[in-house]
Write a protein that binds this ligand. Structure first.
Ligand code: PA5
Length: 417
């Protein structure tokens, strides 16, 4: 179960109480659907119906059976959740069942991917709510043509799965025309809140992860983080707003497990798109420690003091390693004798918290006991709900993203669309 510890946040009770009225109002806006963006609250009390869950599991099993590789084609909210959960719950160097495309416009990336899958059995899951986003549209065009050439139209049809709006958009039209199996992105859930819909669940299940357990974690979190009082999720929202008000404009999400890298990427989209508007918002950034202590660590310790850190602490690894002293102490690591790598990792974490606190970087701690489906479900829901509340406290609509249209307008002009 997720535990929070804000003792090192530098924000005291009194400073939190200043937000009591705003928090109450944010809670009411979210739960009564009276705030801005209320058409996009489908994630708040999500329940995936049995028939949909069954369709996802049947398709995932089929994908596992007929392919070596599933290529998920999507960008932003249409791929980051799946990638985050799959990475967090898979071995670091396991055979990669799920690969990603359509999240860039690089010709080299797509060509290299096509080379890589040449001798492999392939399925595609193209995901786009709008059905018109250019990155996945181009990758899907190329990969669809590749699949039709490799398998012929009839077999390709069995290997292509489409997740999109229930009735609108070019992708839906293509799926109808070609006869692909389709999954629905609900109208009332925006991309960055969609990981626990078919958008995330199909690739996650195809990667061999237990989606029943993942959803159990989400549903338990919905209950645990439902009330206004004693809600750790709300405490996080308040503390980060209090820090922002004191000039801490950058939040670094910190992990000490390489498997959490994409949780940070997902989190950056969630908070960046939800809060970065109307010339406001904490800039969400991330670091992978201890790796980045040897690069960004210098700035965090001594650079401009506009940062705070939120540390994800996974208390136990799946498998630890005990360090034994070398007989001749040739490596000078005798002081580690009998200790585990996890102890070393946690000493690094605790030492870093102390050093950064001394350097005026407030630290927020989010702890889970281990990386499993329930904990990841709970953690991601925690972040989603805290984000909605935090956005309302900040006074923005946390569920739109008008700013992402600007580059598209210029790009389409240059491309002569
Ligand atoms: O959060 C969002 O809405 C965006 O990041 C979208 O997920 C992203 O732009 C992809 O959009 P679409 O699913 O329509 O292709």
């Amino acid at each position: 179960m997720l535990k929070v510890n804000f003792e090192n946040s530098t924000i005291n009770e009194e400073e939190r109480r200043v937000f009591a009225e705003q928090l109450k109002s944010a809670h009411e806006q979210l739960h009564n659907g009276t705030g801005e963006g209320a058409d996009f609250l489908g994630w708040l009390n999500l329940r995936i119906q049995d028939d949909e869950l069954n369709q996802i599991k049947v398709a995932a099993n089929k994908i596992k059976e007929i392919s070596d590789v599933l290529i998920v084609i999507g960008i932003g909210g249409s791929y980051l959740g799946a990638r985050a959960v799959i990475d967090a719950l898979s071995k670091n160097f396991g055979d990669k069942k799920v690969l990603f495309a359509g999240n860039n416009l690089s010709a080299d990336y797509l060509n290299d991917l096509i080379d890589y899958i040449d001798d492999k059995r392939v399925c595609l899951n193209v995901i786009s709510k709008s059905g018109t986003t250019i990155e996945p549209a181009i990758s899907f065009k190329i990969l669809r043509e590749y699949m039709e050439k490799k398998y012929g139209e009839d077999e390709a049809k069995e290997r292509i799965f489409v997740t999109t709006d229930k009735e609108r958009g070019v992708l839906k039209e293509i799926a109808n025309q070609k006869g692909y199996e389709t999954f629905v992105v609900p109208d009332d859930i925006g991309g960055r809140y969609s990981v626990f819909t078919a958008v995330g669940l199909l690739p996650i299940a195809a990667a061999g992860i237990d989606i029943d357990k993942l959803l159990a974690g989400v549903y338990a979190a919905e209950e645990r983080f439902a009330s206004l009082e004693n809600n750790p999720c709300y405490e996080y929202a308040v503390v980060r707003n209090a820090l922002y008000k004191q000039g801490k404009k950058i939040e670094l999400l910190v992990n000490y497990e390489p498997r959490l890298h994409y949780i940070s990427e997902w989190w950056k989209q969630l908070y960046g798109e939800s809060e970065g508007k109307d010339l406001k918002g904490i800039f969400p950034a991330s670091v992978d420690y201890t790796t980045d202590l040897h690069s960004m660590g210098q700035y965090v310790q001594d650079g401009e003091r506009h940062l705070f850190e939120t540390v994800l602490d996974v208390q136990a690894p799946n498998r630890d390693i005990v360090l034994e002293a070398d007989e001749n102490a040739i490596d000078k690591l005798g002081y580690l004798n009998g200790k585990t790598m996890n102890e070393a990792n946690h000493s690094a974490m605790q030492g870093t918290v102390i050093a950064h606190m001394n350097g005026n970087v407030p630290n927020l701690l989010l702890q889970i006991d281990k990386l499993d489906e329930e904990n990841i479900g709970e953690l991601l829901y925690f972040f989603e709900k805290a984000c909605g509340i935090s956005g309302y406290i900040l006074g923005v609509n946390p569920f739109n993203q008008p700013g992402v249209e600007a580059y598209k307008k210029e790009m389409f002009r240059l491309l002569g669309k």
